[in-house]
Design a protein around this ligand. Sequence first.
Ligand code: IFM
Length: 480
Amino acid sequence: MTSALKAEASTEGRLRFPPDFLWGAATAAYQIEGAATEDERTPSIWDTFSATPGKVRNGDTGHVAADHYHRCGEDIAIMSDLGLKAYRFSVGWPRVRPAGSGPVNPAGMGFYDRLVDGLLAAGIRPVLTLYHWDLPQELEDAGGWTNRDTAYRFAEYAGLVADRLGDRVGLWSTLNEPWCSAFLGYGSGEHAPGRTDPAAALTAAHHLLLAHGLGVQALRAASLRADAQVSLVINPTTVRPVSNAPGDVDAARRIDGLINRIFLDPVLRGHYPADVQADTAHLTGWNFVRNGDLATIATPIDLLGVNYYQPMLVGAGEPPGPVPVSSPEAVRPPSAWPGSEDVRFLQPPGPLTDMGWSVDASGLRELLGRIRRDYGDIPLVITENGAAYADEPDPAGEVHDPERVRYLHEHLTAAHEALRDGVDLRGYFAWSLLDNFEWAYGYSKRFGIVHVDYTTQRRTLKDSAYWYRDVITGGGVPVT
Ligand code: IFM
């Protein structure tokens, strides 16, 4: 039976999802673990970046974060209480292979070994991402993702983790959001390592893709479970032109190329989009692409992970009229978009989250449908979706977050619509399980469905966590 047929509205007023739908929540190593110098872990580019004055709000770092390294038992108990079927986490490369190459660090690997065993004991499926932005600093010192060699180091690391955890982890992702690693890390400099060179950003994007392809091959060569699935997680989005004027439509084409097709085309079709290469030809000759690379990058995957937060609205030139002014936090600086620096980013309609991101679930349904239409029936998982709001406990110690409940409700409804449209959607992961280190925003933004008091490390389930538990255990999303 197809997913579309299995997704039905129930008579009890709930949108029902397929019985084997993967209900989960996600985190990432640097954002929650802390213990940055323990057990032989060495610095990552995010340790260096966050220690650099002016790079992260309030000078925050991931040194302690949500102290998950020491509290993972408590956090698994919370997941269990929420009824989660799956937990998506990332492995810290500098923790398990401190210098980025060389021998495995038994203590660091031991942490993930215990985490995986703890999850399985609680009946929660581990979903492992190998790289969520914490490149070992030693590799950055050798050129980071602009150095082709980093892709080969990644593949070695992937094989080592798979050799150790492959008997128990069934769902693997190579990279999380390579767009951010490449274009925010090497283009706009908002993320580690903070470089601001558009050609370097494109070079990094290619080497990340190469790392993905080599990583898929290394995983398949390792002793994974027979039913293991391998995926890539990207952050594609729906890009809309502000009008049908040719300049605006062309701006949407260019941004769509740089955030969507630059990853989807090589991975799922085996070539780079010709228009993206033409748009950026004045910046780089693309001679970092070697014979055979695209075949490696297109090594088949079993699933595609989609992280969705908001759609984009773009135009060209001067505003044609009373177009709303972008929230300064809603869009990335032009330097994140090589070859499209003159594109105007506008505030899409809809309420805003605490990040200044617009709430528009129609963009999710449209995105999933578009991937299916343009790239075929590859199974999809929503590997991140969620919203930041300024939540704090009330005097009774409860955390009421009605905006997040509404956000999750609207986006899960859109996910259900996508299923009914025929999209082969296999799961949904709320971002995030816990409040955490939100990169350049430090601890100023709270994405968790579980509140973290960073002074006491006390965890408090927010209303959204109770709501999500009801969705998982109660048979679907309530129809309101
Ligand atoms: O916190 C991040 C996460 O690390 C990657 N995806 C987007 C989230 C919210 O910005």
